[in-house]
Design a protein around this ligand. Structure first.
Ligand code: UD1
Ligand code: PEP
Length: 437
């Protein structure tokens, strides 16, 4: 387990450029399996999860050329499907969440796709029914080996377009079904589709490869299947979760920070949600400028009742920023209810914040009430273990605002999704030291 030592209580200042979006990159990388032609992708973040997926593609036989920082060419013209039945794949496939999305493209192009139970954050139940129900609707046969927790779908005669109303707007589920449907015969309609910018970007990329997808950015996608797809060039959007993390960091440390090239039009409710916490942020071209603020006051509702910040499928507020919002509220003026509707084990990290002196009541696994200190009392430095990626970054933000030296163990959880985070934060004045395991 790697460790960060953080000396808190310092103001940061400067510019930070967000990395490419982790969750988009994971989808886009899987889509290279849909064509034997060359696909060039730019702005791929250099993070653990993405590098693990690139390794899986390499083991599948995809030819990979690194063309520059974050820029790669992928050619999937000689795929080794035997790897899918290897012990190595069982280990590698189960080490991250995004690997599940190789199943749709492999099923569509080669008639079969297998996957061990994928990893990712342990933040509650994370079922895969939506993915497999979608494949079954497209004509695939499904099997599940309970003992080995190994999933498989096969369609030797190819897939056939179908109408489907998803049981939930699953992000990776929608991406997987789209990637299967683009090469199916005939028309597929996906209703209650997820429509996060990650999915919109995937659809745009697939259309650039020759797919026929309409309804992009809505929850009703219509896909006319095509015989084959060709190569393309694609650029991954900036990571909106990183952007939200830096907004929270600036507020908690009274820092003036400019977040460069954020792609404002793809941020949805994120800026407005932080503004409701009283945080000032200005649009400067495509940058976000956050001035140094002594304090920020949570706005109530029009009728005076207490603000709730809750997650919802896009265009609702992303669940991946709720832990960050929660930590920011510990030093706000006022109170808030944080309601994490999607995941049932994502709020347990509040115990660490309570240890640091934060006023939080965990009402139940999904809801926490936070009563802000308004900086009248600082958080106290402590030693903690990062339980998941977003709790990890939230604890790091808490440590940077706390008095004294904190230690965070298991920082691999943070490295899963944040590129070179210690070096980038040191560049704007953070005092962080990394100890490798
Ligand atoms: C690699 C990747 O892209 N991971 C993201 C993806 O995970 P992932 O695609 O695994 O998450 P899903 O969208 O499938 O579901 C997330 C959770 O929300 C619940 N749910 C989902 C939709 C819905 O309408 N109602 C509902 O209750 C699901 O049961 C599940 O517990 O989307 C999640 C939800 O935005 C994000 O937290 C993850 O960072
Ligand atoms: C939950 C997340 O990731 P994953 O789905 O990869 O576990 C996240 O990015 O916040």
């Amino acid at each position: 387990m790697g460790t960060f030592q953080i000396e808190g209580g310092h103001k940061l200042k400067g510019e930070i450029t967000p990395q490419g979006a982790k969750n988009e990159a994971l989808q886009i990388l899987c889509a290279v399996l849909l064509t034997p032609e060359k696909v060039i992708i730019e702005n791929i973040p250099d993070i653990l999860d993405v590098n693990k997926l690139i390794k899986i593609l390499e083991n599948l036989g995809v030819k990979i050329q690194k063309l520059g920082k974050g820029k790669y060419a992928f050619t999937a013209d000689d795929i080794n499907l035997n790897y899918l039945e290897s012990e190595l794949f069982k280990q590698e496939g189960s080490s991250l969440r995004g690997s599940i999305m190789i199943v749709g493209p492999l099923l569509a192009r080669f008639g079969k796709g297998y996957i061990p139970r994928p990893g990712g954050d342990k933040i509650g139940r994370r079922r895969l029914d939506t993915h497999f129900e979608g494949f079954i609707k497209l004509g695939a046969k499904f099997r599940y080996n309970k003992e080995e927790r190994f999933y498989g779908v096969e369609a030797p005669k190819g897939l056939k377009g179908a109408y489907m109303l998803l049981d939930q707007a699953s992000v990776t589920g929608t991406a997987n079904i789209i990637m299967a449907a683009v090469l199916a015969k005939g028309k597929t309609t996906i209703y209650n589709a997820a429509c996060e910018p990650y999915i919109q970007q995937l659809c745009k990329m697939l259309n650039a490869m020759g797919a026929k997808i309409s309804g992009i950015s809505s929850n009703l996608l219509v896909i006319e299947g095509v015989e084959s797809l060709g190569g393309c060039k694609h650029r991954v959007l900036p990571d909106m979760i990183e952007i939200g993390s830096w907004i929270g960091l600036a507020a908690m440390t009274h820092s003036e920070i400019t977040i460069k090239n954020v792609s404002w039009e793809n941020l949805g409710l994120i800026p407005e949600t932080f503004r409701k916490l009283g945080i000032k942020l200005n649009k400067k071209g495509d940058d976000i400028h956050i001035p140094s603020q002594k304090e920020y006051e949570i706005q109530g509702y029009i009728d005076g009742s207490i603000l709730t910040v809750a997650d919802a499928p896009w265009p609702g507020f992303t669940p991946d920023l709720l832990s960050i919002v929660l930590v920011v509220c510990t030093q706000a003026k006022g109170s808030v209810l944080i309601h994490q509707k999607m995941f049932e084990s994502r709020l347990f990290f509040v115990d660490k914040l309570i240890d640091m002196g934060a006023k939080i009541i965990l009402c139940d696994p999904h809801r926490a009430t936070v009563i802000g200190h308004n900086f009248q009392s600082n958080l106290k430095a402590t030693t903690m273990v990062s339980p998941d990626i977003r709790a990890g970054i939230s604890l790091l933000i808490a440590a940077l605002s706390a008095e004294g030296i904190s230690t965070i163990h298991n920082i691999e959880q943070i490295d899963r999704g944040y590129e070179n985070i210690d070096e980038r934060l040191r560049a704007i004045g953070a005092k962080i030291t990394r100890t490798e395991p």
